[in-house]
Design a protein. Sequence first.
Length: 201
Amino acid sequence: MSVEQRRAMIVAAALPLIAEHGAAVTTSQIARAAGIGEATVFRAFKDKDELLDACVAEAVGVDHVLRELASVPLDQSLTTRLTEAAEALCAHMERMGTVVRSLYATGNRRERPHPPEPRAGEAPPEDARTRSFLAMQDALVELIEPDREALRLSPERVAAAFLGLLFSRLPSPAGPAHGPLATEELVSVLLHGTLTDPRST
């Protein structure tokens, strides 16, 4: 097993523990979950902070969800494709939020390094968040593209609207009855609006 594979295996074992215990998780707990000795953890990571940083990077990274989006069959209906995409993206955001909130709540509030400022005349570099958003949007465009002719907007605009709806699914203080849209409701609003008869307006 290469060093990168070992690091990935340790991070995968650590993520559920971090979601449960936050920064209070011990490297001993992580080692037991990974089925390795604690010394092996420190051969893969120089210290616990580096391991926690790697876990945050994995939680906020989009590689896993991009693979899920790429695996959605294009011969399904657009409604089914977008519902599966919404479920994958919601699961990704939930995992990301759980890990980050748990670490923050237990005192892991270290500043991550910011990219250097661009020199005069240079365009500012895309940050990781922008790159992730664009990668997800591109993956959605591929899912929507087969139905381009049936849409009033371009697949690019539909993908942007889809992500906008998805990222606005905030819990309501009024309780579950007024909670965020279910994935099926979100896709229905995106594709058909909220009027029972669009001609009524």
